[in-house]
Design a protein. Structure first.
Length: 214
């Protein structure tokens, strides 16, 4: 299995958020490398203004992918800030085309997206012409030539340990139930738990919960 990780490594002034994103991305990489997977990491060029950042991100990802014989990935993971309307790469609801084209070029038809970012799986609080789909759901539906599965969060906080997960594909928008959230919260925060690294390996919430050790 091949993973491409896009991650933020720059701290917001007065915070250590970039440190957390980078730490989680590297821990994710080490976990999957240890299980025989290939993992490539690409930092987000946060020094580039947000208006020009999407093109730079897409170019950097393509360059990394093209240096490898096998260019298609099974998992695309993102560790950084986000909301229902944008992510820190500079991509917004109104500027998804480049990201869609990138995914169509570098991902397998049945790839999984894992957005360890705040609120990207939540509904858009400012619907456009009645369309309330948020960033991640809109992205999946724009990639309608692929049988994508996407995991993301509906609330803010805790990067990979946020239990408020939603599974999205072309047919379904499936947030965790209250009971599932309680189970996930307990085990995502258990010391030495690796459950957060296994999220994009699962095609259902029940499958993820089934990976919890007895």
């Amino acid at each position: 299995m091949r993973h491409l990780i896009l991650y933020v490594n720059k701290n917001t002034e007065g915070k250590r958020d970039g440190d957390e994103f980078e730490r989680e991305a590297l821990d994710y990489s080490r976990y999957h490398n240890a299980h025989g997977h290939e993992v490539l990491l690409v930092p987000v060029p946060c020094d580039i203004p947000a208006t020009r950042r999407p093109e730079a991100v897409e170019r950097n990802v393509r360059q990394v992918a093209e240096r490898h014989k096998e260019r298609q990935f099974n998992v695309f993971a993102y560790f950084g800030h986000g909301t229902e309307r944008w992510i820190q790469t500079g991509h917004t609801l109104g500027k998804l085309g480049g990201l869609v084209n990138l995914f169509e070029d570098i991902l397998t038809p049945t790839a999984t997206l894992w957005f360890a970012a705040c609120k990207t799986a939540a509904n858009n609080p400012r619907p456009v012409q009645g369309d309330a789909r948020g960033f991640l759901e809109k992205l999946v539906h724009r990639c309608d030539t692929q049988a994508l599965t996407a995991w993301g969060h509906t609330t803010a906080g805790h990067t990979t340990k946020n239990p408020n997960l939603t599974l999205i594909n072309l047919k379904n928008y499936l947030p965790v139930s209250q009971g599932q959230r309680k189970i996930l919260q307990k085990h995502l925060w258990t010391p030495n738990s690796t459950l957060r690294f296994q999220i994009p390996l699962c095609s259902s919430i029940d499958e993820l919960i089934g990976r919890i050790p007895e």
